[in-house]
Write a protein that binds this ligand. Structure first.
Ligand code: SF4
Length: 293
C-alpha cells in the first residue's frame, strides 16, 4: 500500500510524463481529466524532467501519481526511468502506465516497476481509478485495470481544449479490416464513431482558438458514417457541418486515414471528394471542393 489508509484526505497531483512521444494521447487524457475530475481534489499537469517529478513527489501533503503512455520502442527508456524514480522516491510516487505496449504486455510493465497498469481504452477506467484512489486514500488491489465500456463515445473530449492543448479529432475508433500485424482490431472489438454534432462542436473550438486546420484520426476516413462501405452522404454531411470557418480541413492522409483499398473503390465509382491529401495547398482546394455542392 502506497498511501496509508486512514490518513487525512490529500490533494492528488497527476503528472503526465512528457517525453515528446504520445502527445496526441496526452492531449486526450488531460482533456478527459479536466472534464471528469473535481479540480478541488486533483491537480493535473505534465512533467518534462525527472528532477521535476522528484521535486513534486517530495513536496508536502500531496499524493503524486506519475502517468506514462507509450509504445514498444520507448519501453526500455521508460523502464530505466521507472527504476531510477522508484529507487529515489520509493512509495512516495505512484506510477501508472497505459498505451499500446502496456495493453499488449501488462505484466511486463508491472515487472518493470509500475504500480498499476491500464489496458485498452481508459476513458472510464482512468478517472474512476483516480476517484477511488482519492476516496479510499489508497491504491485498489487490482494491479491490471481493464477497460470499462464507453456508453456514449461523444461523452469524452478529443483534446484538452480548456488549456489550448489540441490534437486531431478522433472520429472513429476500431477497424473492421483486421490486418494481421495491427493491434487496433484486437484492442477495440467494436467500431464506434463520433457524431456530426460532436465533430462540429470541437471544430468550432479549434476555430475559436484560431488554429489553422482541423485534422482527424480514424483508421478509415472514407467510411465515416458506415461500418465498411463508402457512405458519401454521411461523409458529405459531416464535412458540410464543419465548413464555414477559416480552418483548413484535412480529412486524412494516404495511406493512413485514407486506406489504399478504400480509395481504389472510391475512384472506381467515379465519385470525387478531395479532402484527403494533407498539404496546405490541397487542404484549401479540398475544402473548397468538399463544400461545393
Ligand atoms: S486498416 Fe489500418 S487500422 Fe485497420 S487493421 Fe489494417 S492497419 Fe490496422
Amino acid at each position: 500500500m502506497i498511501i496509508k489508509k486512514g490518513s487525512s484526505k490529500k490533494r492528488i497531483t497527476v503528472l503526465f510524463r512528457w517525453t515528446g512521444h504520445a502527445t496526441y494521447t496526452l492531449s486526450v487524457l488531460i482533456g478527459l481529466l479536466d472534464e471528469k475530475l473535481d479540480t478541488d481534489k486533483f491537480t493535473v499537469r505534465t512533467a518534462e524532467t525527472e528532477e521535476e517529478i522528484i521535486r513534486e513527489a517530495r513536496s508536502d501533503n500531496l499524493i503524486t501519481v506519475l502517468a506514462y503512455s507509450f509504445c514498444s520502442p520507448q519501453f526500455e527508456d521508460i523502464k530505466r526511468e521507472i527504476k531510477l524514480l522508484k529507487e529515489t522516491l520509493g512509495p512516495k510516487l505512484l506510477i501508472i502506465c497505459g498505451g499500446p505496449h502496456t495493453t499488449a504486455l501488462p505484466e511486463d510493465v508491472l515487472k518493470a516497476g509500475a504500480d498499476v497498469v491500464f489496458t485498452g481504452e481508459a476513458e472510464e477506467s482512468f478517472p474512476s481509478f483516480l476517484n477511488v484512489l482519492y476516496e479510499n486514500n489508497g491504491i485498489p488491489d487490482e494491479k491490471i485495470i481493464r477497460p470499462k465500456p464507453l456508453d456514449d463515445f461523444d461523452d469524452y473530449p478529443p483534446f484538452a481544449y480548456k488549456r489550448g492543448f489540441f490534437a486531431p479529432i478522433e472520429i472513429r475508433r476500431g477497424c473492421t479490416t483486421g490486418c494481421a500485424f495491427c493491434q487496433t482490431p484486437r484492442i477495440f472489438k467494436n467500431v464506434k464513431e463520433r457524431s456530426i454534432g460532436y465533430i462540429s462542436k470541437y471544430t468550432r473550438y479549434l476555430s475559436d482558438a484560431r488554429r489553422d486546420a482541423v485534422y482527424f484520426l480514424t483508421p478509415d476516413a472514407l467510411s465515416y458514417g458506415s461500418k465498411d462501405p463508402i457512405d458519401l452522404e454521411s461523409l458529405e454531411s459531416m464535412l458540410k457541418s464543419i465548413h464555414g470557418t477559416d480552418l483548413k480541413i484535412n480529412l486524412g492522409n494516404f495511406p493512413s486515414e485514407i486506406s489504399p483499398g478504400k480509395l481504389a473503390r472510391f475512384r472506381k465509382r467515379r465519385q470525387y471528394l478531395r479532402s484527403t491529401w494533407g498539404t496546405r495547398r490541397s487542404c484549401s482546394a479540398d475544402k473548397a471542393e468538399a463544400t461545393r455542392s
